[in-house]
Design a binder for this molecule. Structure first.
Ligand code: HEM
Length: 509
């Protein structure tokens, strides 16, 4: 018995009554809450399974199983272009509404999910408030334009050639090089050299650099924290445990930032002191930003810490994305002999043994069509890109959606809409010779307009040059038998990647 006194009235409560009353209270709370979400909340008119209106547990389970975009895709097939996928989240694949969400006129800010994913990295990708993001993009100036990117072609070409050479050597020696691993080395070396000013020499040393291991750990921790917000507190508590493995994880951010400070200070000195014969400093993604540091007349510029965050983010945004898309690109070319032959013939007819340059490769119509089709079906980034509905709420199609609701739209579904793309699952580059307006409109491999990918010209140059060099210089290379449809099926942890985590090649001719 528990004895209490309320207003001089003694009350005796049975020990068992306390947990029973608490349980009844909780059950009543959850049932009323569920009834509200199902029938009375402003989102209750949006179609979807009952369980997703009541709880987001099923979505978390799908996310953890690497299945999220396929589960959401299946719901779109069943319920249509608007689906309620959690009590506070809607998935939309109506392209006009998707354009509205990502428009530059009334941009919806990125959802808080990004803050958890990238906690501690204050870079363009991660900035949530629209105004701060706009200012940061202005500070970049024309750095990411196609024309500026061409000044970095020699660097990109150097690593593309080295990568193709290493693969070819292994293939000719009867080995089974893993295309994905080599591409990881290539893309990381490229983005490190043009962001930090020096490469990690992963292709040269044929091994993963410790800073890259730190970056992988940062991405892993961010991915887990994004799904389970409470882990941020757990992370803080755990950081006091003096175990070496835990301390390694705890300090990975610090090691990356120390490395960034050192590398960028060296690059800044180089940018200030060494100019080419026209007086231009060495081109890199950071040259303009570092130059702006000492120019007081420039309004929109970054400070050294922001530049370091951008370099870290480049390493994360610019390596796996190109590695995975490039892996699928070569896989789909190798498994379609007709596509491979047409590409090889186009390269031969137009380059005819002359130097491969991006300018020449950019103009090849079949190559362009192949890469567009790769981006439609196999881009690494086909996920939902969550955004928050702005203050005041908005009409999205025929539904009124209150402020703060998360709205997501995934390329995976938009790119496979049978009303837009005939035979949507088939790889048909020819469809891009005469695309309809709807096809052009529905393509979102680089995200939505207001936050589209800064690195798209860089990524395209890497993909084009790698494809051209591999087909020209490694004519005997093809897929190993370990590379099956099952091993290349997608798994989805934010980006998509092959379930087998590799794509082995071998000599086939
Ligand atoms: C094939 C390769 C790539 C694909 C498919 C891709 C795709 C995307 C997508 C879909 C977004 C939008 C993300 C969102 O809204 O949440 C994005 C943003 C971004 N990407 Fe890429 N990306 C690729 C390569 C690169 C490269 C090489 C870089 C260079 C560092 C890069 C840097 C960025 C940045 C900085 C943003 C954020 C832009 C902003 O918020 O204003 N990406 N990318």
């Amino acid at each position: 018995m528990v004895k209490l006194q309320i207003n001089d009235t003694p009350i005796e409560i049975d020990y068992y009554a306390v947990p029973i009353l608490l349980t009844i209270g909780l059950v009543v709370y959850y049932i009323t809450n569920a009834i509200y979400k199902l029938y009375f909340s402003p989102l209750s008119r949006i179609p979807g399974p009952w369980y997703s209106a009541v709880s987001s547990l099923w979505l978390t389970q799908q996310t953890l199983a690497g299945n999220r975009i396929f589960a959401v895709h299946a719901l779109h097939k069943k319920y249509g272009p608007f689906v309620r996928i959690s009590p506070t989240e809607i998935a939309i694949c109506d392209i006009d509404v998707v354009k509205q969400i990502h428009s530059t006129q009334d941009p919806y800010r990125k959802s808080d999910w990004y803050g958890r994913l990238t906690d501690g990295i204050d870079a363009t990708f991660a900035i949530i408030p629209n105004e701060a993001h706009k200012a940061r993009r202005r500070a970049w100036g024309n750095v990411w334009s196609n024309s500026y990117m061409m000044t970095m072609e020699p660097v990109i070409r150097k690593y593309v050639d080295m990568c193709a050479e290493k693969i070819n050597r292994e293939v000719e020696a009867g080995g089974r090089p893993d295309l994905m691993r080599w591409l990881q080395f290539m893309t990381t070396d490229i983005i490190a050299e043009i962001s930090y000013g020096k490469s990690f020499d992963m292709l040269e040393k044929e091994t993963v650099n410790p800073i890259v291991q730190d970056l992988l750990a940062i991405m892993f921790i961010g991915g887990v924290r994004a799904e389970f917000p409470f882990l941020k507190t757990v992370q803080k508590i755990i950081s006091y445990i003096p175990h070496p493995a835990i301390q390694w994880f705890v300090n990975c951010n610090q090691r990356v930032s120390d490395y960034g400070d050192q590398a960028l200070s060296a690059l800044r000195r180089e940018v200030q002191s060494s100019k080419d014969k026209n007086g231009n400093p060495r081109p890199s993604l950071m040259t303009k930003l570092l130059d702006d540091l000492s120019n007081s007349s420039i309004k929109h510029k970054m400070n050294m810490q922001e530049i370091r965050h951008e370099a870290t983010n480049n390493m994360i945004a610019g390596s796996d994305t190109v590695t995975i898309t490039g892996t699928y690109m070569m896989w789909v070319i190798y498994r379609n002999s007709e596509v491979r032959e047409k590409l090889a013939a186009e390269l031969k007819d137009n380059l005819g043994g002359k130097e491969i340059t991006d300018e020449k490769v950019q103009g090849l119509p079949y190559m362009r069509a192949v890469i567009r089709e790769v981006l439609r079906l196999y881009s690494a980034a086909q996920m939902g890109l969550p955004r928050a509905v702005p203050e005041g709420g908005r009409w999205l199609g025929k539904y009124w959606v209150p402020a703060g609701t998360d709205v997501t739209s995934q390329g995976y579904t938009l790119h496979r809409d049978p009303k837009v793309f005939e035979d949507p699952d088939a790889f048909k580059p020819e469809r891009w010779f005469n695309p309809t307006k709807e096809m052009e409109n529905s393509m979102m491999p680089w995200g939505g307009q207001s936050r589209n990918c800064l690195g798209q010209h860089l990524a395209m140059m890497e993909l084009r040059l790698f494809c051209a060099v591999m087909l020209t210089c490694c004519p005997t290379t093809g897929l190993a038998d370990s590379c099956t449809d099952e091993s290349m099926d997608f798994e989805n942890y934010f980006i998509v990647k092959p379930k087998g985590h590799k794509c082995e090649l071998m000599k086939v001719m």
